[in-house]
Design a protein around this ligand. Structure first.
Ligand SMILES: Cc1ncc(C[n+]2csc(CCOP(=O)(O)OP(=O)(O)O)c2C)c(N)n1
Length: 278
């Protein structure tokens, strides 16, 4: 079983390593999603190293908690996290997006490497998570399900259908996290189709909600996941206000880096900021 920790400095260091690894992988294959990967890193770090129960040596363990990367284009962040957790060697990240690689541009279902659902076509991950959470209830299992959604996915009708199902089914073993970075594919969400107020909408749809002013703050994330675990009778949503491109100044809040990999020069700058020589 993975040993979990609440040591903030240790978790911050893991997040830093995940950022370094995912940026190197993106630079190596010269394509992929930089901004939305970086915004998710602290959430993934807390989920994988402080919250979830799982065992990379026994990946299909029936009682494992499940994680669904609904915002599938953030795959580089998920892969770097899974590698650090021990699902496969970190060197495998060099094969990101290569033909026949297990690490394609979007996650493909493969429990042996910790991927619980194929995602990338946005708007479906919460429905899949509902199914897995409902199955857990029917099987009288106590595993929990964590679904990471982008705020862009909240523009999709299918997501709201899923949100109504989670509360109707009283899926208190389900926690959705919204990576609220306020950007979508082509720019800022409030210039395209604003979805505010997110927290109020989840509450109106029967969810328990916690909104984090700083969705990168490790302690706040740990506290919110604790509250999620102890909430009974309702699904729980964490609205994490994040920064697209978080951790590297040249990528932060720059819509351009949504789907653009770092160049060699940009990687050098990023690694320096993250404290690793190129
Ligand atoms: C159904 C669907 N439509 C369009 C796309 C293309 N696409 C990739 S990422 C993205 C939106 C990115 O914004 P957001 O979902 O908020 O993600 P983040 O900002 O966290 O990267 C879109 C439209 C897709 N993957 N799936």
């Amino acid at each position: 079983m993975m040993e979990l920790t609440t040591d903030i400095e240790a978790l911050k260091d893991r997040a830093r390593n995940i950022r370094i690894d995912l940026l190197k992988a993106l630079n190596n294959c010269k394509s992929g999603h930089t901004g939305g990967s970086l915004s998710s890193v602290d959430i993934l770090t807390v989920i994988y190293f402080s919250v979830m129960r799982y065992d990379p040596a026994n990946p299909s363990w029936q009682d494992r908690d499940r994680f669904i990367m609904s915002k599938g284009h953030g795959a580089p962040a998920l892969y770097a996290t899974l590698a650090l957790a021990g699902y496969f060697p970190r060197e495998e990240l060099n094969n990101l997006r290569k033909p026949a690689s297990i690490l394609q541009g979007h996650p493909e279902y493969d429990v042996s490497i910790g991927i619980e659902a194929t995602t990338g076509s946005l708007g479906h991950g919460l429905s899949a998570s509902n199914g897995i959470a409902l199955a857990g209830k029917l099987d009288k299992k106590d595993y929990r399900v964590y679904a990471l959604l982008s705020d862009g996915e909240l523009q999709e009708g299918a997501t709201w259908e899923a949100i109504t199902t989670s509360s109707y089914r009283k899926l208190d073993n389900l926690c959705a996290i919204v990576d609220r970075n306020r950007f979508q594919n082509d720019g800022a969400m409030d210039k395209i189709k604003d979805i505010s107020p997110v927290a109020d909408k989840f509450v109106a749809f029967g969810w328990e909600v916690e909104e984090l002013e700083d969705g990168h703050d490790i302690q706040s994330l740990i506290n919110a996941f604790d509250r999620a675990k102890s909430t009974k009778g309702k699904p729980f949503a964490i609205i994490a206000n994040t920064i697209k491109g978080k951790g590297v100044s040249i990528f932060e809040n720059k819509g351009h880096y949504h789907g653009v990999a770092p160049s060699d020069e940009e990687l050098k700058i990023a690694l320096k900021e993250l404290g690793e020589a190129a």
